[in-house]
Ligand binder design. Structure first.
Ligand code: NAI
Length: 332
């Protein structure tokens, strides 16, 4: 039996996790969930947002399914999402953005993968106040991490029939840091002549994505730009309720939706479980449960296409659990 760490998360986390666990159970996959807590819940119960037992569980199992964790804006403890990525050197944040048939969104037939460097950049947490009226955040970019994420992206492209990698940067302004990222990507690209490689300045990339997203295949970005552009990409296909993610390291992987804890929806039981279900589908494939993953994926696509049991963010009327139950009923 597989043993997987489970963190239900804050806000809508427990609701979308419960829906996802029911679906995995109905697909017949036996998983021994090693349930631990983090974030606000852990802060309240243990006085620390990332308890040692949570880290130990992830280290022991090497794989986790995680709901979103709340991080307060401008105060409070440092992001536990960022802390986990740094703790386990989960260097790649893999965020596929694929259209579903049946959703009225800005674009149809989008199929873009955002690959985001996940450990450094402005997320390194090196920041301080300078007196009362100034503050400084330090952007860290290293050749090692940049080449590692570029290698991951090109290698992924080769093994998954992808043809193009677009590197995102602002090296016209941050000539040293983003310049180093771009230089590292170009070095790695030389080893993959079969994959097209181009680069775009991030502001132009944002506009190009809205004007003509079909020009993109794999987007390769440092941490901050990857974070922003992956939300933008989610908007192209119908919103954050639809986009899954995986944080990949050497020997440890954490699967989680792109979206956050959505405090505006928490407790209302209407959050879209799709991003969490898709994250779990990637987890199942990682565990070698491709057949069950395929069955869930097919049923999910059918339920969204038919549109009778979808959540309000997709203009439906169903609750999180009604959508999950419909997916279970639809599984072949
Ligand atoms: P958010 O992603 O939680 O919400 C943004 C918007 O998308 C909201 O309107 C929300 O209702 C909607 N949305 C998100 N997920 C949805 C779903 N499954 N179904 C339907 N609608 C959905 O981003 P926000 O509001 O900026 O952040 C809220 C909290 O989440 C913050 O504390 C933030 O730090 C945290 N966060 C955590 C992440 C993680 O755990 N990986 C990632 C992003 C944010």
């Amino acid at each position: 039996m597989h043993k997987v760490t489970l963190i239900r998360g804050d806000g809508i986390g427990p609701e979308i996790t419960e829906a996802t666990l029911r679906i995995i159970g109905a697909a017949g996959v036996k998983i021994d969930w090693d349930e631990v807590i983090a974030g606000q819940e852990a802060e309240i119960k243990h006085g620390m947002p990332l308890p040692a037992e949570t880290k130990a569980s992830i280290a022991r199992n090497g794989v986790a399914l995680k709901g979103p964790l709340t991080t307060q804006v401008g105060k409070g403890f440092r992001s536990i999402n960022v802390a986990l990525r740094q703790e386990f050197n989960l260097f790649a944040n893999f965020r596929p953005v694929k259209s579903f048939h049946g959703i009225k969104s800005l674009f149809q037939d989008i199929d873009i993968i955002v690959i985001r460097e996940n450990t450094e950049d402005l997320y390194s947490g090196v920041e301080h106040k300078i007196g009362e009226d100034a503050a400084e955040s330090i952007k860290i970019i290293t050749r090692k991490a940049s080449e590692k994420i570029a290698e991951y992206a090109f290698n992924y492209a080769v093994h998954h029939g992808r043809h193009k990698v677009t590197a995102i940067h602002k090296a016209n302004i941050m000539k040293l840091s983003d310049g180093l990222f771009l230089e590292s990507v170009k070095t790695v690209a030389e080893r993959y002549p079969q994959i097209d490689c181009n680069d775009l300045i991030v502001d132009n990339a944002a506009m190009q994505l809205v004007l003509n997203p079909y020009q993109f295949d794999i987007i390769l970005a440092p941490n901050l730009y990857g974070d922003i552009l992956s939300d933008l990409c989610a908007g192209l296909i119908g919103g954050l309720g639809l986009t899954p993610g995986a944080n990949i390291g050497d020997g440890v992987s954490i699967f989680e939706p792109v979206h956050g804890s959505a405090p505006d929806l928490a407790g209302k039981k209407v959050a879209n479980p799709t991003a969490m279900i898709l994250s779990a589908i990637y987890l199942l494939r990682y565990l070698g449960e491709a057949k069950a993953a395929g069955r869930i994926e097919k049923a999910l696509a059918a339920i969204i296409r038919e549109g009778h049991f979808i959540t309000p963010d997709l203009n439906g009327k169903s609750s999180t659990m009604e959508m999950a139950e419909a997916i279970i009923m639809r599984m072949e």
